[in-house]
Design a protein around this ligand. Structure first.
Ligand code: NAD
Ligand code: MG
Length: 385
């Protein structure tokens, strides 16, 4: 029996992870953590019977305790509760599937407690890769990527000498606005931006795909995971999302991983690695039905959030935190209808321009820079610029 915890169990990755648990009787869930969706959490708790759950929002946690008082489950709340969940004693692997920088502290504590990490939460590595990667080594735990591109790269590196990898080809669908020019993105609404052509995901990452900031975060995430510079990672727009990413070796050979766009595949691969389990439900790639696989250069003038990610990644230190925090804030405001679509990358740019980079920020400094950046972009929005 393999015991796992899921941080962010009510989200897109969290619920798909539970679908996999349902199909694999040798997986047992011992801890679940969510922000506030207690109705869905109750159904999950009754079905999977974890030992411990965290409801981050305190008011909701109080209500939740009442809802499950007939069950032998401990309910905790806030950051202390989230950390208690991340370090739950029986869990061997933590799936970090919460959205945003809130994932940093619980991930660090899970590693400190000797848990293997199945990493979906890309914001953690983008902002705190310099803390997480050495800690993973020191504690001797596994860090398995869940993001489909990173899983593809990981699979394409399998059994190879990593030093012989020349570059990574990171594929991108291009999102709902692929092919549009800057002027055409003016006035785009959350409804337009939430229409992803291939992937069904949480709201924040879907907006990030529309701005291509998601790809920017993935470039920085890949640099940490595979010990490369951001300039060794080339984004290739591939609208069909069949090739999930590739590795080019020094001899010119390219190894790719292909599959239908279904997150269950990389989630399951991370959960059972190095074993491959059957994935029964869902479609498979039928090469005779594929009319074409196409590739384009990303338009970094229109999707300048992607260009800024390379700049943040090259700069390093605290700059990726500024990039990420400005984006988190801007996406939330855009979803509330308070700012324009193009203000998202503009805010990232302005926040980066005014930031004085700190070379090796501590966790405390990262969390402080997050708040300072939020304050900056808030002020920027309120001044109506
Ligand atoms: P989502 O919005 O669907 O779900 C987020 C989950 O995080 C929810 O369960 C929510 O309750 C939980 N959460 C949020 N704040 C929390 C808090 N303070 N405490 C505890 N739980 C909290 O998001 P998602 O699409 O599943 O994405 C999750 C992460 O995985 C993101 O970092 C995203 O970039 C990454 N990712 C997602 C996909 C995908 O297909 N959805 C693919 C690759 C990577
Ligand atoms: Mg991805």
């Amino acid at each position: 029996m393999k015991k796992i915890g899921i941080l962010g169990s009510t989200g897109s990755i969290g619920t798909q992870t539970l679908d996999i648990v349902r199909e694999n009787r040798d997986l047992k869930v011992t801890a679940l953590a969510v922000d506030s969706n207690i109705e869905l959490l109750e159904r999950q708790v009754r079905e999977f019977m974890p030992n411990l759950v965290c409801v981050y929002r305190e008011d909701k946690a109080k209500l939740f305790k009442e809802m499950v008082k007939d069950l032998p489950v401990k309910v905790v709340t806030k950051m202390d509760g989230l950390i208690e969940c991340a370090t739950e004693s029986e869990a061997e692997t933590m799936i970090t599937a919460m959205v945003g920088m809130i994932g940093i502290q619980p991930t660090i504590e899970a590693i400190n407690a000797g848990k293997n990490i199945a990493l979906a939460n890309k914001e953690t590595l983008v902002t705190a890769g310099h803390i997480i990667m050495p800690l993973i080594k020191e504690k001797g735990v596994a860090l398995l990527p869940v993001d489909s591109e990173h899983s593809a790269i990981f699979q394409s590196l399998h059994g190879e000498d990593r030093k012989k990898a020349y570059k990574i080809l990171l594929t991108a669908s291009g999102g709902p606005f692929r092919g549009r020019k800057l002027i055409e993105l003016k006035g785009k609404t959350p409804k337009d931006a939430l229409k992803h052509p291939n992937w069904s995901m949480g709201q924040k990452i879907t907006i990030d795909s529309a701005t291509m900031v998601n790809k920017g975060l993935e470039v920085m995430e890949a640099a940490w995971l595979f010990d490369m510079s951001v300039d060794q990672i080339q984004v290739v727009v591939h609208p069909q999302s069949i090739i999930h990413s590739m590795v080019e070796y020094v001899d010119g050979s390219i190894i790719a991983q292909l599959g239908v766009p279904d997150m269950k595949l990389p989630i399951q691969y991370a959960l059972f690695y190095p074993e491959r389990r059957p994935l029964t439900a869902g479609e498979r790639v039928d090469f005779t039905q594929l009319s074409q696989l196409t590739f384009e250069v990303p338009d970094m003038d229109t999707f300048f959030g992607l260009r800024l990610a390379y700049e943040a990644g090259r700069c390093g230190g605290s700059m990726p935190t500024v990039y990420n925090a400005a984006n988190e804030w801007a996406v939330a405001e855009f979803l509330k209808g308070k700012i324009e679509f193009l203000m998202i990358p503009t805010m990232i740019e302005k926040a980066m321009q005014q930031h004085k980079m700190i070379a090796n920020p501590s966790l405390k400094e990262i969390l402080n820079i997050e708040q300072v950046t939020y304050d900056f972009v808030r002020g920027f929005t309120e001044s109506g610029l």
